[in-house]
Design a protein around this ligand. Sequence first.
Ligand code: SF4
Ligand code: SF4
Length: 200
Amino acid sequence: MDNPIEKRRLELEKYFDAKSPFALLRVAQMKRAWKHKNRRELTWWENTYIPTVVTGIHLTSKHFFHNLNLHILHLFGLCKDQKAAVTYQYPEQPRPLSARTRTRHRLTKREDGSPRCVACMMCETVCPARCIEITAGEHPDPNIEKFPQKFVLDLGKCVYCGFCVEVCPEDAIRMDTGKLNTAEYSRESMIYDKKRLMDE
Ligand code: SF4
Ligand code: SF4
């Protein structure tokens, strides 16, 4: 069909067919158009934005003085059951983290200081971001099958899902360092090797 007007008409007809999959879309379009057309005009007083500014200042002041009064009362040991808003002076004063928060990874150690990891590759396999790379080696202790010759975790790719921690059968990897400020100046610095994961 070459006639563009006819093509457009047929296209629009699809929207008007109540049984078509586009019917709901058409209703939504009509509602939006109606709202737009019937939108109330602002009065001259509203157009000055003074009422909106005054409402904003009132709301901000209400919260400010409410919290200020509560902090003063807390100084005198009163109304301790009512919490006042707190501003954390980050990064000097880091915000307390919940015990369940997943923070930067670490590799746990045995008593002799070697990694608990047995290079089973479960974490590498389960990682959805493919950011763990392990090379397994034979452990000198016959009671331990393998150990990670190389354990590399690229934090730049990690999505902090915690799957590696969940899947580990040895409790060898944890996300409980409490460290969230992992920003670096290069991608390479975001790559953590075994030593960094054990010691930092
Ligand atoms: S937290 Fe998730 S994305 Fe990050 S290393 Fe573990 S499994 Fe991979
Ligand atoms: S799942 Fe645990 S034991 Fe297995 S390779 Fe990963 S950290 Fe090591």
